[in-house]
Write a protein that binds this ligand. Structure first.
Ligand SMILES: [Zn+2]
Ligand SMILES: [Zn+2]
Length: 142
């Protein structure tokens, strides 16, 4: 990646799946001639909240018209107004958006909890498959 080009942490989009604004947890894109994102190629991002993959266009990138202060390192993290998750450019910590209402916080907790639950189910299925194959270590056989 070219230095100075936008990385995954540098753009904010609204996830069409969960509806929250956050920087993607990962991002696939081509680098344009002058650096930055080549929007003529397909851009794929993964939502850091619900892990859905979606394909934003240049018009979906939100302006960072707000900022939060990182509670860990004190750095100022620019973000769009109403962002649900803000990534600190200083230490990488994900901050919870300071403009979320109580109901949005609850929805965020559920959206993140559900994806955690999906991961847990995948883990349980893998464990069950290993048990049937007889390759499950005894300490995991709970
Ligand atoms: Zn999402
Ligand atoms: Zn920080």
């Amino acid at each position: 990646m070219t230095t100075g080009s936008p990385g995954p942490a540098d753009i904010y989009v609204r996830c069409p799946d969960c509806g929250f604004i956050a920087p993607p947890s990962s991002m696939d894109y081509a680098i344009a001639d002058g650096g930055g994102i080549d929007w003529t190629a397909r851009v794929e991002v993964r939502c850091v909240i619900c892990h859905a993959v979606h394909s934003p266009g240049p018009g979906d990138v939100l302006p960072t018209d707000d900022a939060m202060t990182c509670q860990r390192c004190g750095a100022s993290a620019p973000c769009p107004a109403g962002a649900a998750r803000v990534r600190c450019p200083g230490c990488g910590l994900y901050l919870t958006g300071h403009q979320l209402t109580g109901q949005q916080l609850e929805e965020l907790r559920i959206a993140e909890g559900l994806s955690g639950l999906a991961l847990r189910e995948r883990w349980l299925a893998a464990k069950e498959a290993a048990r049937r194959r007889g390759t499950l270590p005894p300490y995991l056989d709970t």
